[in-house]
Design a protein. Structure first.
Lengths: 573, 192
């Protein structure tokens, strides 16, 4: 129900004033948290919305300190919950310790014309609570790739445009890692690196020795290796995805939202599903947003001078496609027809593993919430392949634990003693491959079918194509080749069938570009034809590179938010 | 399981007015709490099944210088897994595997597994383990019941406080990461 239907004119104006802010941020995940922080710190009275319940740091992490024996069924969910989370659990990661972070699939349906694994967290903080925390800069090579190869459209920015903003967000977020001086994987402003373990260090050396230019380094990760920005250092419990009571990894809840709250300029409204952006045909700008209250299903409008969409690539695109007006009959800012198209992700779950002899007198202390990273080498320098772009690897080495006892010939006291000594060292790695933007890979809305909140259902129609499938062969074989060169035995390769989306790096559905005829956003993440709406989540990506993208979303968001404030001050928007 | 403990359990059961499986309090004495349900009142398994699971888990991981599976609450853990984590097909498969195991014991030794002497129980389980690891006794799903039981026992035991802290090494808050240290500084396999 709209306010105009229930209030007389003067009350309506009062209500409108009460619901008016300088800025609105839609979503509180990685990018929304940054938009909230930057806008409020610049003095803007900001309404911050999330579709899910509030999650306060650290009191709302119910399983954060639970021990293995505190969790039912050794952390396994019930068959009933498997049904409830049937898509989320395509990851295999929904468990008793984390199930409250995953979207309930039976409540939030969508349509898969082709398999699409849409993995989500619907609560304040979103996936920033659940993410893998791997943080890598894109490089000049990545920003130039589309133009150089004639793929899709060119990025409207280059590395030098984003470089200072990488510096800026890293100094606040805290990224630990090892400087390596690679041009195609630029170093961050690092906190001290975590250690590689014995076998990883051995492998780093052997790989460098056998393969010119291939580099294994410790994962660059948004975990604090020393106290930082008022948050505590990592305690190496490896329970990050339950929420960290020390605030030792970057999440909106522990980092950006508290910063926004400290300004006194943030109004946080959980349980607020943004349905539409309100576009004023006469003013030629967006004036606000329409919210469905997730608890009451009431419809409320809020107004602001600027709007940041940070609902995640897919949901920000849903909001825009659902914001139809005379000016934008196909969705807000969709003059190009590209809105919802060019979905990308990273394809993975392909690689190799093996075992290595030796190092039996060595072990490790602590549960490192991180592994190694092998920087991209395919199609760099003289390493030429019969497909475009490339892939990086993530993996780790460890010694076998008690589970090796299951297939042992012994039982009883002999077995009990046997498993008290750790087994051999094994190491595995999985590739993360770049996905090319392709207009055919798209999402659209089915306006005839709605969910329980009244929102149209999303239809996904996208798939991995020739370039990705060709690359997977190398992702598998190159992993095996490096393991063998490093002295591993019993090397086995794997290539698991995955849907697009399973990388949980979905992006590209409202891409940036110079030309309004071929892109949705400009070089400042502004909607070309509606300049007071900014989209700075994964939707904005013009290509995917092969690096984990969250750090880039942080940098682009901080950059766009500070630009928005400048433009507001100049009264340009 | 010793005959004394079997007696103790029978007595406890009489006192409680039902069948309760209460293994030794060794773990508790050492300062660790066993899994919830160590004083176990089976709901899903019948009495015969519960006796078999209790004895077999304790044969796989017995009391030594540290407590065994039953003292760590593993039988109740297995019931929890089978009754709440398995779907109906998997439950039926487990139960028929359990029956088949007991039938084999009866064929070989003329008595239910739970009524055999501990030495005979050990020998029979050891034979079954060797056959299962060697790939025999596969049901139609290709899962050897014995290995399934063994995995459940190890899983339940090493994710219990007793198994994790006393038999293996566990640090709630490690506080640091060191990637390459002499094994002696840890001394035992990490539980997790």
């Amino acid at each position: 129900m709209k306010f105009s239907e229930i209030f007389p004119m003067n009350l309506n104006l009062k209500a409108k004033k009460k619901n008016t802010y300088d800025a609105i941020v839609v979503g509180t995940g990685i990018s929304g948290g940054w938009a909230a922080k930057e806008l409020t710190e610049n003095g803007l009275n900001t309404l911050v919305l999330d579709r899910g319940r509030n999650v306060r740091h650290p009191s709302d992490y119910p399983t954060a300190t639970m021990e293995p024996w505190d969790l039912p069924r050794n952390n396994r969910i019930t068959p009933e919950d498997e049904e409830k989370y049937h898509i989320q659990n395509r990851t295999g990661w929904v468990n008793e310790a984390t199930k409250h972070w995953w979207a309930v699939d039976t409540d939030q349906p969508y349509i898969e014309k082709n398999r699409f694994d849409w993995i989500r967290g619907y609560h304040v903080g979103g996936r920033s609570l659940m993410w893998g925390r791997q943080s890598y800069r894109l490089s000049q090579m990545d920003f130039e790739a589309n133009a150089r190869e004639g793929i899709a459209i060119d990025w409207p920015i280059r590395y030098e445009d984003i470089e200072p903003w990488y510096d800026y967000v890293e100094e606040f977020a805290g990224i630990s890692g090892q400087p390596e001086g690679l041009a195609h994987l630029p170093d961050s402003k690092f906190l001290p690196a975590m250690e590689l373990n014995c076998v990883e260090q051995h492998s780093r050396e052997k790989i460098a020795e056998h393969f010119n230019g291939r580099l294994m380094t410790i994962g660059r990760v948004a975990n604090l290796t020393q106290p930082h920005s008022g948050r505590g250092a990592c305690q190496f419990r490896n329970k990050c995805n339950r929420g960290c009571p020390y605030g030792a990894y970057f999440s909106s809840n522990s980092s950006t939202l508290p910063a926004a709250e400290r300004t006194g300029n943030m109004t946080l409204r959980p349980n607020s599903i943004v349905n539409k952006v309100i576009y004023d045909e006469e003013l030629g700008r967006a004036t606000g947003i329409e919210v469905i209250d997730a608890e009451t299903l009431d419809v409320v409008e809020y107004y602001a001078r600027i709007i940041f969409l940070n609902a995640s690539a897919i949901n920000s695109t849903l909001i825009m496609l659902n914001s139809r007006s005379n000016r934008f009959p196909d969705g807000l800012g969709n003059d190009s027809g590209e809105l919802g198209h060019n979905i990308m992700d990273h394809h993975y779950r392909v690689g190799a593993s093996g075992a290595i002899e030796g190092f039996e007198d060595r072990y490790y202390w602590g549960r490192r919430p991180n592994g190694f990273y092998i920087a991209r080498f395919a199609n760099i320098g003289n390493d030429r392949r019969d497909y475009l772009r490339g892939f990086g690897y993530q993996g780790s080495a460890s010694r076998e634990g008690w589970w090796r006892g299951v297939r042992e010939l012994s039982i009883g006291a002999e077995l009990k003693e046997f498993v008290q000594t750790p087994g051999q060292w094994t190491m595995g790695m999985t590739g993360f491959g770049e996905v090319l933007p392709d207009h055919r890979n798209h999402m659209y809305l089915d306006f005839d079918q709605t969910d329980k909140f009244g929102q149209p259902l999303i239809v996904f129609d996208c798939e991995f194509r020739e370039n990705e499938l060709n690359m997977r062969e190398d992702m598998k074989n190159d992993a095996a080749e490096m393991l063998e060169a490093a002295g591993f035995k019993d090397v086995t390769t794997y290539d698991q069938e995955t849907g697009m989306g399973l990388g949980i790096h979905e992006m590209g559905t409202a891409r940036m570009g110079r030309d309004p005829q071929t892109s949705v956003l400009n070089e400042w993440n502004q909607v070309h034809a509606c300049k007071n709406v900014f989209v700075t989540d994964g939707a904005c990506m013009t290509s995917s590179a092969c690096q984990n993208p969250s750090l880039t979303y942080m940098a682009l968001t901080a950059r766009a938010a500070n630009y928005a404030v400048e433009e507001l001050n100049k009264q340009n928007i | 399981m010793s005959m004394d403990r079997k007696e103790a359990i029978k007595r406890t059961a009489l006192i409680m007015g039902g069948i309760v499986f209460a293994p030794s309090a060794l773990g508790v004495l050492k300062g660790c709490t066993a899994r919830p349900g160590v004083d176990w009142n089976p709901q899903f398994f019948n009495t015969d099944q519960a006796r078999l699971i209790t004895d077999l888990s304790d044969i796989i991981i017995p009391d030594t210088d540290t407590p065994g599976a039953a003292a760590a609450g593993v039988p109740a853990f297995i019931e929890e897994m089978v009754s709440t984590a398995y779907d109906e097909d998997a439950q039926n498969q487990f139960l028929s595997g359990l029956d088949a195991f007991n039938s084999l014991a009866r064929e070989a030794h003329g008595n239910d597994y739970a009524d055999l002497d501990p030495e005979v129980q050990y020998q029979f389980a050891d034979d079954q383990n060797r056959a299962a690891v060697g790939g025999e006794h596969l049901d139609e799903e290709g899962t050897a019941f014995f290995l399934q039981m063994k995995e459940l026992t190890l899983m339940g035991y090493f994710t219990s406080e007793v198994g994790a802290k006393e038999t293996l090494r566990y640090e709630k808050v490690p506080g640091r990461y060191e990637g390459c240290i002499p094994f002696e500084e840890v001394g035992k396999t990490w539980a997790t």
